[in-house]
Design a protein around this ligand. Structure first.
Ligand SMILES: [Zn+2]
Length: 210
């Protein structure tokens, strides 16, 4: 091997190893850099959470009976995921989600689908909250569910569970389509309501203690 060949060999192996490292870095970034963070955060990067448990939840008048039952089940579901009592159901209440009188509890109201828009897309549910920036305490919350998303009771119950997950401080999941906090409901999960996945349960333990 003369000098020229050695030089060429050095540079080609240098380029190949650099390319390999760039590929490895991309893979590591894809795995760890984009991993789902399950927490809702305030502007000051605090984890948002309920500072007083259990949270009172009411169902706004006007919801058909079978949906009221499914909503009650969704509220109770969160009380079964660990040893904590997260919610107390106040049953059906005469006040809508935007009524100032509903300030003492988290109202869950069925609303026309056209009134629920998120990022320019019609959505099935929405939880809006007032979160104290300094403490991360969620002060008020209200939940609206689109009337078009009531075709399947199981899916409806999953949507209510999902919105209540936000009220506890969990964020939308864009990576796992089978999580209760999944931003989009996966096809084929309509036989039963979706449960919280291990990451979501771990996040609750981190927020509310073991
Ligand atoms: Zn969501």
């Amino acid at each position: 091997m003369n000098r020229k060949q050695a030089c060429r060999m050095f540079w080609s192996s240098f380029l190949i190893s650099s390319a390999l490292w760039i590929i490895i870095c991309f893979i590591l970034f894809a795995v760890f850099g984009c991993a789902h963070n399950p927490y809702l955060k305030t502007d000051s990067n605090q984890h948002a959470r309920q500072c007083v448990l259990p949270v009172m939840v009411g169902i706004s008048e006007g919801m058909p009976e079978e949906l009221v039952d499914a909503t009650r089940r969704a509220i109770q579901y969160w009380n079964t995921v660990d040893s904590r009592k997260y919610f107390v159901s106040l049953g059906v209440q005469p006040w809508g989600a935007d009524d100032p009188m509903s300030g003492g509890f988290v109202p869950i109201q069925l609303v026309p689908a056209e009134s629920l828009w998120d990022l320019g897309l019609a959505t099935c549910g929405n939880a809006s909250m007032i979160i104290r920036n300094a403490s991360g305490c969620i002060r008020r919350a209200k939940i609206k569910i689109a009337d078009k998303c009531t075709g399947s009771i199981e899916v409806f119950e999953t949507i209510v569970r999902h919105e209540l997950g936000h009220v506890l401080g969990l964020k939308d999941n864009y990576l796992d389509w089978n999580a209760v906090m999944s931003a989009v409901a996966a096809e084929g999960i309509q036989e039963h309501p979706v449960d919280a996945n291990p990451q979501e349960l771990k996040a609750l333990r981190e927020l509310y203690g073991p």
